[in-house]
Design a protein around this ligand. Structure first.
Ligand code: SAH
Length: 275
């Protein structure tokens, strides 16, 4: 897969190309990246990429033409490398919220993706209308630039590419099953008076799977009831799951360990911090 990133700060992208799983995947040849600075597509002496907003107001707006020239250079490079011209995505706080489903679809279907990073107050709307296929937000908050959002997209897409993860664990991660991930534990078996849940030490695979399923159900019901509703609508909850959720709602779901049963236990956290 190939990413072309239009950005005023290309050096930031070493964070994904040079570290961790994404670095390894790049070294395995699973993805490549090229960056395009709109500054290199300006024609004035000061290499101006932004200007004041029409209608007044604070801040500056990225001008359409340098971005357009950068996107078309990226498209040409994609075709030169044998790809179809990639989908053009602009990172934007007012875009459509990114989902696991969209990430997986890009990983599966897109040979190339062009990511356009805004800065300042944002991007001239005419560029978005003329050249951008979709605007994507990574959450309901405002970043100072699209770079961190673009890196989030690259990281999330790359780990879905076949061979990127050493163990193919992504099928069990949060969202993949329609539920949030179950909690994880490692050694020591007892840490600051907190034991590992007994079910995980049982060595009994069916029991462990059931425990994880119930933890995922309980956590999802607590943090993201909307996901429970979608899982139910998609027919992903069986009768046992439904019974467990009913028991939870009545306060009799017996398997949530105390340390997890009350995540906002401020007193417990304070005690830990003092320790
Ligand atoms: N005036 C804009 C914010 C501009 S922030 C507004 O109120 O919506 C500058 C740039 O950061 C944006 O152009 C966009 O590229 C990026 N950005 C900010 N928040 C983002 C988010 N939640 N998701 C994706 N990109 C974001």
């Amino acid at each position: 897969m190939r990413f072309d990133v239009v950005t005023l700060f290309p050096e930031m992208f070493a964070a994904v190309s040079e570290h961790g799983i994404t670095r390894r995947a790049r070294e395995l040849g699973l993805w490549t990246m090229a960056t395009w600075s709109p500054r290199d597509f300006t024609s004035d002496r000061h290499r101006t990429v932004d200007d004041r907003p029409f209608g007044g107001g604070p801040g500056m707006v990225l001008m359409a033409e340098p971005l357009a020239a950068a996107v078309s250079a990226a498209g040409a490079a994609q075709r030169w490398a044998g790809h179809a011209t990639g989908t053009v995505v602009a990172l934007s706080a007012s875009g459509r919220r990114l989902t696991d489903a969209r990430v997986r679809q890009w990983a599966k279907e897109c040979g190339a993706l062009t990511l356009v990073c805004g800065r300042y107050e944002g991007i001239d709307q005419r560029f978005l209308d003329a050249l951008v296929d979709e605007e994507v937000s990574i959450g309901d908050f405002v970043l100072s630039g699209g770079e961190i959002a673009a890196m989030a997209v690259i990281d999330a897409v790359v780990r879905q590419l076949p061979g990127a993860l050493k163990i193919e664990s992504s099928a069990e991660e949060s969202f993949a099953t329609g539920l949030l991930d179950a909690p994880h534990f490692t050694r020591p078996e007892r840490w600051r008076e907190r034991p590992v849940p007994a079910a995980l030490l049982s060595g009994h695979h069916a029991q462990i799977d059931r425990w994880r399923r119930e933890q995922a159900l309980a956590k999802t019901a607590r943090e993201r009831p909307d996901l429970i509703a979608s899982a139910r609508a998609a027919g992903r909850l069986d009768e046992r799951d439904e019974k467990f959720l009913r028991d939870c709602a009545q306060g009799t779901g017996g398997t949530v360990p105390p340390a997890l049963g009350n995540p906002s236990s401020a007193a417990a956290k304070t005690a830990d911090n003092a320790a």
